[in-house]
Design a protein around this ligand. Structure first.
Ligand code: TYC
Length: 103
């Protein structure tokens, strides 16, 4: 929020409170090659998602092309997507995670 100081010659707008952190979605993208069980393993390991939810997110991406995994402050979202992409690359899979600003 803002506050207007009570000076006669100059109105100064002072910021009182920090802005909330910018949030980004992490998206899981479908591909034709990554095994379903590997997708579930990455979701559980990196995003600490339970098995049933991980399976549902994986199947949603499989059927629709992509699925929102979670929403985090921007820097955390980037780090999580990078960790998940590194796991996929290390295992030789084309699986990809991306981030985008939340509405
Ligand atoms: N489509 C993959 C298959 O049939 C499985 C898969 C699901 C891959 C979701 C990526 O985000 C994904 N083996």
């Amino acid at each position: 929020s803002t506050h207007t100081t009570q000076t006669p010659e100059l109105e100064v707008i002072t910021k009182l409170k920090a802005e909330p952190p910018k949030l980004h979605k992490v998206l899981l993208l479908n591909d034709d090659y990554t095994p379903r069980e590997f997708v579930v393993r990455v979701l559980k390991a990196v995003f600490r998602i339970g098995g049933e939810t991980a399976y549902t997110i994986m199947m949603t991406a499989h059927q629709k092309g992509s699925c929102v995994v979670s929403v985090y402050p921007a820097q955390i979202a980037e780090t999580k997507a990078n960790e998940a992409n590194a796991m996929s690359q290390d295992a030789g899979h084309p699986l990809q995670f991306t981030t985008e600003p939340e509405e």
